[in-house]
Design a protein around this ligand. Structure first.
Ligand code: NDP
Ligand code: 8X3
Length: 250
């Protein structure tokens, strides 16, 4: 049987990287997308070039997204699984002092980027009347918290889009799922705090956060269910976390 093909956005780091690794370990071939080409090369070195095809693009650039996916070699085109994972928070500030470039980045990457990638992949899935899209939302898409404003709005949008896509695509045989993690220790907080590693590390001090592999395990479970089963939405939290800002820190 031919190996299944999965496209993972944001495969150059964190949750996307761990998901790409676990998909290959499970026998998938992975199209690994991200902006940092050197990271994608590291992934190829780890997993083998027969298993990983790198796609370098910025999800904000719809022409680049189109060119990358339209230009896939024939043997890599039959995408069955799309993990819409690329995204970040940029800044953590009250709305009245928010940075407009940060707002643009979060809405353009987390929301519009997800749409651009999905738009390019859907014709492939619809033609086959099969496929599975997993959108990475967040606990921040379920509750707002102080200073989270635009990041929360971007993840509320991912939640709305996931629900809407599931409704529209049910007639096409395409599954849509959403994974909503709480605190996962990745490069996420370093990006949010613009490279301030000490501040980023402090987010995860005093409790045991999730790691990227925890989310990847869940995604693997979801995409390997039988054809008639769709796990629609899952919220996954560290045991020490009960809500976006309720964390049992010692
Ligand atoms: P990382 O910062 O480790 O990874 C983010 C990934 O997104 C990188 O691979 C990055 O690749 C990619 N990315 C960012 N901007 C762009 C862009 N403009 N174009 C293409 N790719 C881009 O963070 P995580 O792994 O934690 O985050 C992955 C997802 O999980 C995000 O959607 C995040 O919102 C979500 N999430 C994270 C949580 C956490 O606590 N860590 C909790 C809940 C949800 P590159 O820079 O190479 O382009
Ligand atoms: C990332 C989790 O709580 O920092 O989506 O928003 S949080």
């Amino acid at each position: 049987m031919a190996q299944k093909i999965a496209l993972v956005t944001g495969a150059s780091s964190g949750i996307g990287w761990a998901t790409a690794v676990q998909l290959v370990q499970k026998g998938y071939k992975v199209i690994a997308a991200g902006r940092r080409a050197e990271r994608l090369q590291e992934l190829i070195q780890q997993l083998g070039q027969e298993n990983v095809y790198p796609l370098q693009f910025d999800v904000r650039d719809k022409d680049a997204v189109h060119a990358a996916i339209a230009g896939l070699p024939a043997e890599w085109r039959s995408i069955e699984v799309l993990i819409n994972n690329a995204g970040n928070a940029h800044g953590l500030a009250p709305i009245q002092s928010g940075n407009v470039e940060d707002w643009d980045a979060m809405l353009d990457i987390n929301v519009k980027g997800l749409l651009y990638v999905t738009k390019e992949v859907l014709p492939i899935m619809i033609e086959r009347k099969a496929g599975h899209i997993v959108n990475i939302g967040s606990i921040a898409g379920q509750e707002v918290y102080a200073n989270g404003n635009v990041y929360c709005a971007s993840k509320f949008a991912v939640d709305a889009l996931s629900k809407a896509m599931r409704i529209d695509l049910v007639h096409e045989g395409v599954k849509v799922s959403e994974v909503n993690p709480g605190a996962v220790e990745t490069e996420f907080s370093e990006v949010r705090f613009k490279g301030d590693k000490a501040r980023a590390a402090s987010v995860y001090q005093g409790f045991e956060p999730l790691v990227a592999d925890d989310i990847a395990h869940l995604i693997l479970f979801m995409v390997t269910r039988p054809k008639h089963v769709n796990i629609a939405e899952v919220t996954i939290l560290p045991t020490a976390q009960a809500a976006a800002t309720v964390i049992n820190k010692r």
